[in-house]
Design a protein around this ligand. Structure first.
Ligand code: SF4
Ligand code: SF4
Length: 373
């Protein structure tokens, strides 16, 4: 496997190290110099030997450039980031889960291989693998490895339940993710198992978290605060602090992607935070989402219309920008709203709340005003 990735990104040129979040920008002449070295079977250029040693502690001196560096081709669009739900199946059944019913289904191996190749050809550099729980997919290890081989920087979004398995940890230490984001659903077995509706879930998570910490993975915790575990919010924060791990808190519960409202009662009312006013989003322009069948949409929320990537290939993504623009128009219940310039949710998110007939105060300024008066 390559030590470094050289990737064009619009008018910039980046050098990346698989598994590291650090990236180095280089000028176009150095990038061209590197491409020549790779094509001509020459050693890694001296300037890159120096950069690799300084930034990542990698010794590339005397190494053939074509073995040490994978040079990525530019994609035809500006889409450099993607998320992929490899499978919606999950070993937990969280009360608040925005995926709602999670069927274990998706592409076969040929389809997964094709999808990852299309993503590479589209110019995706940063790929988030998610689910459901991505690590329970039997083809996760092969897909994870292939994404690395294709020169993508892979981030994992996981519930951590599988991380204590030796084979999983062998894979993730040999090919570290750039980031492993783990969701935390409570600080005690009673609360955690209750929220996830799985006996033993807390034990599996704790073991997985400990294994990931011991392996030195780059971990980021997502503390999920609901009415079930709000009383343990301080304990969850203290747990993260004790481990010295960064964390973010998520307390705003959304309807399901199927427009279902069954998740909303798990909202902890006192933790419903007012988002900052929505000022725009590059969904569909610089990033996209792929579901388990390889259907590409602008993001995880605005799922339709979508593009069948295994069938349509890279060319299909040419439509994504105009799909994104149309989804941002204030239509439906939002058309003509006088408060749209200070709205706190994007239009795709508002639509999901409206379809679920969610209480206005949970997402809309009109409801907030009514509540306040
Ligand atoms: S672990 Fe994540 S995907 Fe699984 S049920 Fe919970 S929220 Fe949903
Ligand atoms: S939900 Fe809205 S803000 Fe979030 S990525 Fe999608 S379009 Fe952007």
């Amino acid at each position: 496997m390559h030590d470094l990735i050289a990737a064009p990104l619009q008018d910039q040129h980046l050098i990346l190290r698989p598994g590291s979040r650090r990236a180095v920008k280089v000028g176009s002449s150095k990038f061209a110099d590197l491409c020549d070295a790779v094509a001509g079977g020459q050693p890694v250029p001296a300037w890159l030997v120096d950069v690799a040693r300084r930034v990542w502690g990698v010794d590339a001196s005397g190494r053939p450039a074509d073995a040490a560096v994978l040079v990525r081709e530019p994609g035809p669009y500006e889409l450099s980031r993607a998320t992929w739900e490899i499978n919606l199946g999950c070993d937990f059944d969280c009360e608040h889960c925005y995926l709602g019913e999670k069927r274990f289904e998706g592409l076969d191996w040929d389809g997964k291989e094709r999808l990852l190749t299309v993503m590479r050809d589209a110019g995706v550099i940063w790929l988030q693998l998610t689910g459901g729980e991505p690590l329970i997919d039997p083809q996760f290890p092969a897909a994870y490895r292939l994404a690395h081989e294709l020169g993508m920087q892979v981030e994992l979004l996981s519930n951590g339940s599988q991380l204590a398995k030796p084979r999983m940890m062998e894979l993730l230490t040999a090919l570290p993710p750039t980031k492993t984001s783990l969701s935390v659903y409570g600080a005690s077995a009673e609360t955690y198992d209750g929220l996830t509706r799985r006996r033993g879930a807390f034990k599996r998570f704790t073991r997985g978290l400990d294994a990931a910490v011991a392996a030195g993975l780059n971990i980021d915790l997502s503390l999920i605060i609901t009415n079930r575990n709000a009383h343990e919010a301080d304990a969850m924060r203290a747990w993260a602090d004790r481990l010295g791990l960064p964390y973010r808190e998520y307390a705003n519960i959304s309807p399901t992607i199927h427009g279902g409202a069954e998740t909303l009662p798990s909202q902890s009312p006192e933790h419903l935070t007012h988002r900052a006013p929505f000022t725009g989003c590059p969904a569909g322009h610089t990033f996209f989402h792929a579901d388990p069948f390889g259907r590409a949409s602008i993001c995880k929320v605005g799922r339709e219309p979508n593009i069948d990537l295994p069938t349509e290939g890279v060319a299909g993504l040419a439509r994504l920008g105009s799909i994104a623009d149309s989804l941002m128009l204030r239509t439906g219940g939002c058309s003509g709203c006088q408060l749209s310039s200070t709205c706190r949710v994007c239009r795709p998110m508002a639509k999901v709340f409206q379809e679920a007939k969610a209480p206005l105060h949970s997402y809309c300024q009109h409801g907030m005003k009514e509540t306040a008066s």
